[in-house]
Design a protein around this ligand. Structure first.
Ligand code: ATP
Ligand SMILES: Nc1ccn([C@@H]2O[C@H](COP(=O)(O)O)[C@@H](O)[C@H]2O)c(=O)n1
Length: 249
């Protein structure tokens, strides 16, 4: 069995059948828009593995790795860590999960993230779930979060909003131009937001089910045709043998 990247590349190159078809949904939106909160609900209802790029970077920072200090400074300043670091963490987590359905939360955060992920893995997201929320609401939520994050203070938040507007929104616009964005009004209460999120994932499940049904029916039809063709050939051959025998001396 190859790695996640091998599987993805096989899908792209078409050189051999993929080990497994990966489903990737990018979850984007400003700081505090509710990405993590909704991902937890999606995991429970739809069986995805949730991978938060921010959480993976924080874990890497705390692991004593060589990149620890660099990650710490960049997170405090709301800057985006170089893609090679983040992608390595994401791919490792995907591999370790054993799942084939992923919610990638807070990634791609800029054009460099997006292009690097695509060229390394060949993976195209199924769609981008975009949590749209006014800045004042996001600011209020982040300041009340109380999870001890080094970047949940007004100075870091302002920097994160700036990076979000300058670097992350263009990525969302890029996917929007490809018809891949599913926009959710994230300013509503958690339960109401999840109603809208559920609709998006339910219609994806239905699409996959319909695809499987059509594929199943095609296979059945093919088998029936082969049997029918096989029987017809048999009948024709027997008829020839019978007619032949009439003319035998
Ligand atoms: N719809 C909502 N209404 C009110 N509060 C919310 C809502 N969704 C999430 N919250 C709260 O807002 C805070 C931020 O939510 P969450 O951590 O899910 O956001 P996020 O988009 O993942 O943020 P970040 O990008 O900074 O990690 C949390 O304290 C969460 O409980
Ligand atoms: N693709 C990413 C994602 C995150 N970061 C850094 O982590 C910080 C926190 O991210 P959250 O998604 O948990 O809010 C973010 O401000 C960046 O500094 C990153 O570099 N690249």
């Amino acid at each position: 069995m190859g790695t996640i990247v091998d599987a993805a590349n096989k899908e792209v190159n078409g050189s051999s059948p993929p080990d497994k078809k990966l489903t990737v949904v990018f979850v984007l939106g400003g700081p505090g828009s509710g990405k993590g909160t909704q991902c937890a609900n999606i995991v429970q209802h739809f069986g995805y593995t949730h991978l938060s790029a921010g959480d993976l970077l924080r874990a890497e920072q705390n692991s004593g790795s060589d990149n620890g200090e660099m990650i710490k400074t960049m997170i405090k300043d709301g800057q985006i860590v170089p893609s090679e670091v983040t992608i390595k963490l994401l791919l490792r987590a995907m591999e370790e999960s054993g799942n084939d359905k992923f919610l990638i939360d807070g990634f791609p955060r800029n054009e460099e993230n997006r292009a690097a992920f695509e060229s390394v893995t060949g993976i195209e997201p199924e769609f981008v779930l975009f949590f749209d929320c006014p800045e004042e609401e996001m600011e209020k939520r982040v300041l009340n979060r109380n999870q001890g994050r080094a970047d949940d203070n007004i100075e870091s938040i302002r920097k994160r909003f700036k990076v979000y507007t300058q670097s992350s929104l263009p990525v969302i616009e890029y996917y929007d131009s490809k018809g891949k964005v599913r926009k959710i009004d994230a300013s509503k209460p958690v339960e109401e937001v999840f109603v809208a999120v559920k609709e998006v994932f339910t219609s994806l499940d239905e699409k996959v089910k319909q695809h499987r049904d059509v594929f199943g029916r095609c296979c059945c039809l093919k088998t029936l045709l082969i049997i029918a063709l096989d029987s017809s050939v048999g009948i024709i051959c027997s008829s020839f043998t019978f007619v032949d025998s009439l003319f035998q001396p």
